[in-house]
Design a binder for this molecule. Structure first.
Ligand SMILES: Cc1cc2nc3c(=O)[nH]c(=O)nc-3n(C[C@H](O)[C@H](O)[C@H](O)COP(=O)(O)OP(=O)(O)OC[C@H]3O[C@@H](n4cnc5c(N)ncnc54)[C@H](O)[C@@H]3O)c2cc1C
Length: 532
């Protein structure tokens, strides 16, 4: 099944907003009901594909002249325009398809990807790899106008190898996360990577963006799971990962991870796998304040025992109940005070019981009160539903978007305040005062991420309002010592701030890598790095 072209996921799972939330939108944020319906897909006027006959023939030959290997119909091209950020969705809803690819090409193997790259080079076509299409940072839209091809990797969806002795699996990039989990589960293994976009995003996309899942406290980030990668580039193949760890020079895997399609197409990923857990237990803890809860999370991250899932909502997010999207509004009706933490344990019976008891003692010492299993189980049940709420909020005339960052524990409170102030100040100044919510959902020994959700009225020009607010938040992040992205990636949206974060020498070093792998600059122009 294809994802909704102008929204999230499966249309059958649309999630209406409860009355408590629509009431809040109206009374607190001044959201006025409006006709926010989208232009129907069939009515969108897409200019004919600019692909000429010779280029088309070359691309078809590259994918073995397979039926449907090169698609230029309007619907397929529309479905490969942009990703799933709120500005992306707002543009799609108005039928704005500027930046539609000239063609969508579907290769079946590493060799076909190399052949497609050669065909693109021969015909001066840019190419953008397309995994699940869930990018929220403009990673699927080249940063310049011009003819480009979207390389949809969905046909590369096989488990290539499982080494049960070493506990590694080699996966093709187009596997969506649930498909990869199902293939591994047949042998009793799991990857343990469960981002909120889990149901749609792919293995190649995770590697290309250094994704981080909701169970990162236990399983680690995706880049920590990766042992080897194969990269198809216009200059040939780069193979990495001869051994799990090595002292043989700088680690080339780290050049591929996070390269966002700008250095090549990831055609296989070797990951470490773990046995499917026998027990999964999630529970809720309450803290009087975000500071108090954050201090308790820090103690667990630094001294253990480590839960598998560890997240903490701030006061506003707790009141709205965003950690439990399936029951959103219930906490508002109860007027829940303080901050909710969700703490989860996965593993064997003995290991989870042991870690759970140890973690409970630390949380109690830190001021936490046990809230039972219900809040944790509710979080687990609704963990992939929140993106459906965003569609309902947009339908209702609200603006809803998220952004994220990370820093060291000592700087976290200042970063939190700076981003909140930037978002609140900008949107209030524009006449659309927002609700700004935040949670910590990825913790490390030395720091943590902050994930903000912003809801306001759309105002007269929602795109321009959000652009200003996001710009202010990005400036606040850099000024407060945060990174421009903890897990969404750079794409085109964060590029200008990433350039400042990396510094001129860092950017020049990365450009030199790009020049050696992609001298003609065919791959994802303007994504990750500005063009030369
Ligand atoms: C509702 C929602 C929730 C999200 N939640 C999370 C979350 O919890 N954690 C998280 O980390 N992210 C999250 N994201 C962001 C997004 O899902 C991740 O960035 C994900 O890793 C993208 O995977 P994808 O397969 O959809 O890649 P795409 O969106 O298709 O591509 C992302 C980028 O990687 C490149 N790319 C894709 N495949 C390849 C390949 N094989 N080789 C080279 N380059 C490639 C693309 O060109 C693009 O630049 C969320 C997004 C949405 C919309």
């Amino acid at each position: 099944m294809d994802m909704l072209w102008n929204g999230w996921g499966d249309p059958a799972r649309a999630t209406p907003l409860p009355d408590t939330v629509t009431g809040l939108l109206r009374e607190l944020l001044g959201v006025k009901p409006r006709d926010a319906a989208s232009v129907p897909l069939a009515e969108i006027d897409v200019p004919a594909s600019p692909l000429d006959e010779a280029a088309r023939r070359a691309l078809e030959a590259a994918v073995g002249d397979r039926a449907d290997g090169v698609r230029t119909d309007a619907e397929t091209r529309i479905r490969h325009t942009r990703g799933k950020s709120t500005p992306d969705l707002l543009r799609m809803r108005t039928g704005d398809t500027a930046g539609t690819p000239a063609a969508v090409v579907l290769p079946d193997s590493h060799d076909e990807v190399l052949a497609v790259l050669e065909a693109c080079a021969g015909h001066g076509l840019a190419l953008v790899p397309f995994g699940g299409g869930t990018s929220v940072v403009g990673g699927l839209a080249p940063g310049r106008d011009g003819t480009f091809v979207a390389l949809d990797l969905r046909r590369m969806n096989r488990l290539l190898d499982l080494d049960e002795v070493s506990r590694t699996a080699t996966l093709q990039p187009g596997l969506r996360a649930p498909e990869a989990e199902a293939l591994l589960a047949e042998h009793g293994y799991t990857l343990g990577h469960f981002p909120q976009s889990y149901e749609w995003a792919t293995i190649g996309g995770f590697a290309a963006t250094r994704s981080s899942g909701q169970a990162s406290a236990g399983y680690g980030r995706f880049d920590e799971m990766v042992l080897g990668l194969t990269l198809a580039t216009p200059e040939g193949t780069l193979d990495t990962g001869r051994a799990p760890r090595s002292a043989a020079g700088p680690d080339l895997r780290q050049l591929v991870l996070g390269s966002e399609g700008a250095f090549g197409v990831i055609t296989s990923v070797t990951v470490r796998v773990r046995p499917v857990p026998k027990v999964r237990r999630y529970e809720g803890w309450r803290f009087a304040s975000f500071d108090e809860g954050a201090a308790a999370l820090r103690r667990l991250a630094q001294d253990g025992p480590r839960p598998t899932v560890l997240r903490l909502s701030d006061e506003t997010e707790t009141l709205i109940g965003l950690a439990q999207p399936d029951a959103i509004g219930a906490s508002l009706a109860r007027q829940d005070a303080g901050c909710l933490a969700v703490v989860g344990f996965e593993g064997t019976e003995e290991d989870t019981a042991h870690r759970r008891d140890g973690a409970a003692a630390v949380l109690r010492e830190g001021g936490g009160t046990f809230a039972g299993e219900e809040p944790g189980e509710r979080w687990a049940h609704g963990r992939y539903s929140a993106p459906y709420l965003r569609d309902s909020l947009l339908d209702a005339g609200a603006l809803a978007e998220t952004l994220e960052t990370a820093t060291y524990w000592s700087r976290l409170p200042a970063l939190y305040a700076a981003v909140r102030d930037a978002l609140t100040g900008t949107l209030t100044g524009a006449g659309t005062p927002p609700l700004v919510m935040c949670h910590i959902s990825h913790v490390y020994e030395n720091g943590a991420s902050l994930y903000f959700t912003v809801v306001s009225a759309q105002g007269d020009d929602a795109l321009a309002h959000w652009d200003r607010a996001k710009h202010a938040a990005n400036e606040a992040i850099l000024a407060a010592g945060g990174t421009i992205t903890h897990h969404h990636g750079v794409g085109t949206d964060h590029r200008d701030w990433y350039v400042r974060e990396a510094g001129p020498l860092g950017v020049e070093a990365l450009r030199a890598v790009k020049r050696s792998l992609d001298p003609a600059g065919l791959l994802s122009p303007g994504v990750l790095l500005p063009e030369d």
